[in-house]
Design a protein around this ligand. Sequence first.
Ligand SMILES: [Ca+2]
Ligand SMILES: [Ca+2]
Ligand SMILES: [Ca+2]
Length: 480
Amino acid sequence: MRNCNIKLFVLSLLVVGISYAQEVHTHSNGASIANESNATSGWSVTSAGSISSVQDEVVDGNFSMKVSATSAGWAVASYSFNAEIGEVYNISIYAKKASTKTPGFFLWEGFSDFVSQSVASTSWTLYTFSVTASDTSAIIKVYTGNTYPAAVGDAVYIDSVSIQKASSDTQAPTAPSLTSTGQTATTVDLSWSGATDNVGVAQYKVYRDGVLMETLGNVTSYQMTGLTASTTYSFAVRALDAAGNQSTASNLSVTTDSSADTQAPTAPSLLSGSHTDTTIDLSWSGATDNVGVTGYKIYKDGVLEASPGNVGTYQVIGLSANTAYDFIVTALDGAGNESANSNQISVTTDASTSGGSVSVWNESGGTANYNGNVAIGTTMVPSGYQLAVEGHIRTREIRVDQDVWPDYVFLDDYELMSLAEIKTYIDKNGHLPNIPSAKEVEANGLDLGEMNKLLLEKIEELTLHIIKLKEEVNTLKTKN
Ligand SMILES: [Ca+2]
Ligand SMILES: [Ca+2]
Ligand SMILES: [Ca+2]
């Protein structure tokens, strides 16, 4: 046991020792990961700028370094190191921009394959370079902005600078953790995380059943395509650093989906909308499918009524008025799988809008009204009338509005026919003057209001004649 603890202690010393022994960035300053200090030693800056050790923004340790532009011109911080021509160096630097300008790693010297990188984020980001030395003096540079001249206040932070000769990195990354985020009949989505390296993970290799399928950059997901349905595959991913050291493989078995879709959609939820005497509007929602709903079936009273496509509404037509119908809807997928039944709803059509049923009446304030003509016991209403009854009417009172009443008989200028004239008229026509004949009444019926007016007219005329006769009788008595 004691022996074991000693071995572990020695091993941990060895690991730490190897990690930092490879560092070429050996100066003690705020950006050093090996021997950090509150200093900027090893770094120089152009006359237009300044470099300082700061504590307000730190990604590693207690200090970082801030490069700021203090006057017009390029503000550039540089770090030089002795390089071996032809050697590959893995360089990693955390950086974040500290002004509106876009700082970056531009115009490094002494490398044959340097590619610049901008620092576009205000969050700490790790920038990695794998560059080949072409000179014994190599210089890495940080610019406070990408436009000339530098504006006063342009600034960038850097921290945790690592420069390592690739050939000296013998420490492999840790293995990533591999998961599957989904699959179809022919694809599997792979995702991984957690791989770390003393210098930096640079690549991932993806294997299928032990065969290398793809070498990827520093990404964390991959979709494996061209697979066979209902088949179990063994996938593996390894992390690599820039020196080519490979982590152990993380393995994962995934079985692809069946090619035949045998899973029916879920049942939709059915609602009724507006309806008339011959139509009912149905609507439904909520059906889902593992592949996709492609259509619906509508059943009316248990019989298939229609098979619309992938819609959510349907108008059932050609229905009978004032009739109840039951409806059910099912969902279909592209493979023809049919869902369970939706809820059943019962809808009654409106009463007919043609043929004089109650639905043509409107009710307002307890009074039903109708704008057309009404025929009772017959099918027609004569022109000029609005109500016709073929039969008897029994009631307690009928009141007939009258615009003219025969008071005119008693006016001075009323031309009262003499009894002789009346006799002549009766002898000739067989009825009183101004009174309809039996033939006219038989043909046109009797106008109650008009007839009462005429009868009163005749009574008034008769009264005048009686008064006149009385006067004549009195005159004759006097003479005798
Ligand atoms: Ca630091
Ligand atoms: Ca490594
Ligand atoms: Ca399905």
